[in-house]
Design a protein around this ligand. Structure first.
Ligand SMILES: Cc1cc2nc3c(=O)[nH]c(=O)nc-3n(C[C@H](O)[C@H](O)[C@H](O)COP(=O)(O)OP(=O)(O)OC[C@H]3O[C@@H](n4cnc5c(N)ncnc54)[C@H](O)[C@@H]3O)c2cc1C
Length: 463
């Protein structure tokens, strides 16, 4: 029998798995990352199609702070991974907005701009808004606990205009909401900080730039990364521990500690512990993403914003839609609209919208292909109400649905933000198995990197 022995084995080479791997390898642990897919990156990977480079997910990295800033998730990640700011190559956004009927709130990476916008457009709410923001300051961003309770209740305690409440929640839910309509207070603090108090940035070459650096660092420390190495089973022993892992090819992997970034329900199923998966906790929020390649830079068509979060009524309805795609709201992102200071070649516009996994899943293959075309058109038509209409400039198109995301990341229901109930302590019923990444409670690129480091520090470096 083919067997391998490690100090730590990590399921998944997404952001959290890579960060955990680097952290462990730094302390001379013999560590192996096992990735099912043929490419690393997970939910934020990359691909090439028709001669062009594409990112799977990247709109922007959140939590941007200028080089040398002390404190905050990004600087702590850079320090913990012993990398340099320059290696991340982050370039700030031009500016973004939240567009609801009759009102638009603009924001940049300078929080004062957002505050000024709120003061101008909702003058009667600004005092409450400032008090609400002040109340977020004490929350520990990198801790392992999370303050529960409804974030909406918290925000509504300070802001009485439901339209402003929904305008604040729209970007936060779109970029990190694992539950319908609301988020836990702790998650809200993390997301508010990551988007409004810190902000958006992007490397010139997209997410592959960050992934190449992470993988290079991991390998330079002696770490082993195996692609096309799907974990078929996590085998338990009688002492409530993982005994070993079995790969799809039958190979057995033994380790002292196991970390899984595959998600809570997914990991419990690999362990044969389905009884620990509550139906209500499985993530219900699916998305479509359209990518349009244009014949010219979107800025030359009057579109110079980096990200526009739009919603066509006063209330924002963040829930699993009853149609294939919810055309009432969405996120429009232009990867070229960051302050690169040099020409950006890929003239792309990405649009994200809520989508219903079950309805996509029920389609026959032929109807699925047809609906992708139909829904692509409808999604662009919907967005054209809020950003300059670019449809006549489209020269190439890609689109993915919740089924695409499920296929390439093995996330149940293609739920990008994972399970509705998070495992903040990272613990599982098995003593030497720990959860990191989206289902530990940290979403987004920076969140997943933080999670990998936190879980590795806490549980896999302790011996
Ligand atoms: C369309 C889209 C847009 C996004 N936009 C942004 C954005 O603009 N900014 C941002 O910060 N974040 C964005 N995100 C979210 C961000 O990508 C994720 O929150 C983050 O990458 C999650 O990392 P993770 O390590 O927790 O999980 P994952 O990336 O899901 O990593 C888990 C890995 O485990 C692997 N795996 C699963 N099962 C097995 C198995 N049985 N055996 C072996 N391997 C397995 C998967 O293939 C995957 O590679 C976006 C995501 C998507 C899909």
């Amino acid at each position: 029998m083919n067997e391998k022995h490690y100090d730590a084995a990590i399921v998944g080479a997404g952001m959290s798995g890579l960060a955990a791997g680097i952290r462990l390898a730094q302390f001379d642990r013999n560590v192996c990352i096992l990735e099912k897919h043929s490419v690393y990156g997970g939910l934020n990977s990359f691909y090439r199609r028709n001669g062009r480079n594409y990112d799977v997910g990247l709109h922007a990295m959140t939590n941007y702070v200028p080089k040398g800033t002390k404190g905050g998730p990004l600087s702590r990640i850079i320090r913990h991974l012993r990398m340099s700011w320059d290696e991340f190559g982050l370039v700030q956004q031009n500016g973004s907005s939240i567009a609801f009927p009759g009102v638009e709130l603009n924001f940049t990476n300078d929080f004062e701009r957002f505050e000024t916008e709120v003061a101008e457009k909702f003058p009667e709410q600004i005092d409450g808004f400032r008090r609400m923001v002040a109340g977020l300051a004490g929350y520990d961003q990198l801790g392992m606990g999370a303050a529960g309770g409804s974030a909406r209740e918290y925000v509504s305690g300070y802001i009485s205009d439901p339209k402003l409440v929904d305008m604040i929640f729209c970007p936060l839910l779109y970029y990190g909401g694992a539950r319908e309509q609301d988020m836990e207070f702790g998650q809200f603090c993390v997301m508010f900080r990551s988007i409004f108090l810190e902000g958006f940035a992007r490397p010139f070459d997209g997410v592959r730039h960050i992934l190449f650096k992470l993988v290079k660092r991991f390998k330079s420390l002696g770490g082993e990364i195996r692609l096309n190495a799907g974990v078929k089973e996590i085998v338990r022993n009688r002492s409530d521990e993982v005994d070993h892992i079995v790969l799809d090819n039958g190979e057995e992997i033994y380790a002292k500690r196991y970390l899984s970034s595959a998600g809570w329900p997914e990991t419990m199923k690999l362990c044969g512990l389905e009884s620990h998966v509550e139906e209500r906790s499985i993530g219900k929020l699916g998305f479509v993403e359209t990518i349009s390649v244009l014949d010219k830079a979107p800025s030359r068509n009057g579109h110079d914003k980096t990200i526009v979060f739009f919603n066509d009524s006063d209330r924002f309805d963040y829930k699993n839609p009853s149609s294939l795609v919810d055309l009432r709201s969405g996120v429009v992102c232009v990867p070229g609209n960051f302050a690169y200071g040099k020409p950006f070649q890929d003239n792309m516009i990405r649009i994200t919208a809520l989508a219903n996994y079950d309805l996509w899943r029920k389609l026959t293959p032929e109807e699925y292909r047809r609906q992708k075309l139909v829904q692509y058109e409808k999604t662009l038509e919907s967005a054209a109400r809020f950003v300059p209409d670019f449809r006549r400039h489209v020269i190439d198109v890609d689109m993915f649905t919740p089924l695409t995301i499920q296929r390439y990341t093995s996330r149940e229901r293609g739920a990008i933000y994972g399970a509705a109930d998070k495992r903040y302590d990272g613990l599982t019923p098995l003593r030497n198995l720990f959860i990191c990444g989206a289902d530990q409670g940290m979403v987004g690129i920076v969140g997943a990197l933080v999670s990998g480091v936190v879980i590795a520090n806490r549980y896999a470096l302790s011996d």
